[in-house]
Design a binder for this molecule. Structure first.
Ligand SMILES: Nc1ncnc2c1ncn2[C@@H]1O[C@H](COP(=O)(O)OP(=O)(O)OP(=O)(O)O)[C@@H](O)[C@H]1O
Ligand SMILES: [Mg+2]
Length: 339
């Protein structure tokens, strides 16, 4: 048994992982490699298999096939050792309601064999980090949903885990608390902790994760950075508005010749999809050559939500009638033409 430590190592290494529940395959031959110290985001709709992956990696569920190693340790053969190096915050807050906030965190420290003094210091430190110091003496029964979640997160960090699994960590947190948690995740990552988080929020994956996997029905259907996913999957487009409306027909001809497609995107504005990086430069050259004055130019990159919809919309057998699956709504983001 070897514990990997240095940079460039894989904190999580998964090959052909399978989990079945009766007839249903909840996780279907998943491969995954998460470099130590990075944040990995697992995105997917309800029932995609995210929690099932987290539970197998945190030794709560035995895989039916494939292999999974965490910090170099096999999750089946060395489950005990894996438990010592990981932290887990499950999808539903798991706190002891009869104990106070402080007692919950202190108890975990004692369970992890910390001496009483250290367990106390660590509990106080974490309760402060998660903004619970003032409510530390209240029983968890009196905590709000968001407070319970923060208490659960604090408890998962007592043992200073090398690999931290967070299953929808910000569900139920208000925007300020969510930002606090993002900061904590970034801090942990900067000090070498590897974080694997699941989320329903694209924005969250984009804010935290260097690498994102989108999963649906037990399989990974896309992988990459947020930018890669946006450009590759939902695409990019450009739109232009001439100063003089009379130039519109000529501008259409130019767009058609460079992009191959031209669309009326707004009154007096035309646009089209950008498939290759050099098309923007070629288009600008062609517009200049045609001597058309441009009042406004913008490129539109899809949001991660659009990526998510584009990926999952056509995969569902029954499309909801009120949601046209092949039409992806667009969100406009103006960027400098030079980018
Ligand atoms: N213990 C179980 N027994 C039977 N089926 C299960 C069990 N746990 C999960 N499943 C099924 O496996 C599939 C994947 O579930 P999982 O909880 O991993 O999804 P998820 O991606 O975490 O979804 P959510 O976003 O709703 O939390 C679902 O169809 C679910 O019904
Ligand atoms: Mg889940």
């Amino acid at each position: 048994m070897e514990i990997q430590n240095g940079s460039g190592q894989l904190a999580v290494q998964v090959e052909g992982l399978v989990k079945k529940f009766g007839e249903q395959t909840a996780v279907d031959h998943v491969d995954l490699a998460v470099p130590a110290g990075s944040v990995f985001g697992l995105l997917g709709p309800n029932g995609a298999g995210k929690t099932t992956i987290v539970r197998m990696l945190s030794t709560l569920l035995r895989p039916d096939g494939g292999t999974a190693r965490v910090a170099g340790l096999d999750v089946v053969a060395h489950a005990q050792a894996v438990r010592r190096v990981i932290g887990l915050t499950g999808q539903f807050a798991a706190v002891d309601e009869s104990l106070s906030g402080y007692e919950n965190v202190y108890m975990i420290g004692r369970l992890l064999d910390l001496p009483a003094k250290q367990a106390k210091a660590r509990a106080l430190e974490l309760l402060e980090t998660f903004g619970l110091d003032e409510d530390a003496k209240k029983t968890a029964k009196q905590y709000s949903g968001g407070m319970r979640r923060r208490l659960d997160l604090a408890a998962s960090l007592v043992g200073r885990p090398r690999v931290l699994f967070l299953d929808e960590p910000t569900t139920g947190l208000d925007p300020a608390r969510r930002n606090d948690l993002w900061e904590i995740v970034r801090d942990l990552s900067s000090t070498g902790t590897t974080v694997l988080l699941t989320t329903q929020y694209m924005e969250e994956a984009e804010a935290l994760a260097q690498d994102i996997a989108v999963m649906d029905k037990g399989r990974f259907i896309a992988r990459g950075t947020a930018d890669e996913l946006k450009v590759k999957i939902a695409g990019r487009s450009i739109r232009l508005r001439p100063v003089v409306l009379a130039d519109l027909p000529e501008l259409r001809t130019v767009l058609q010749s460079v992009l191959g497609v031209v669309e009326d995107v707004a009154p007096g504005t035309v646009g089209g999809p950008v498939a290759e990086d050099d098309q923007v430069a070629r288009l600008l050259k062609a517009v200049a050559a045609a001597d058309i004055a441009i009042a406004d130019i913008s490129t539109v990159t899809a949001s991660l939500d659009e990526v998510f919809l584009a990926l999952t919309a056509n995969k569902s057998a029954g499309k909801p009638a009120d949601e046209p699956a092949d039409e992806v709504p667009t969100q406009t983001t103006k960027v400098e033409a030079a980018r």
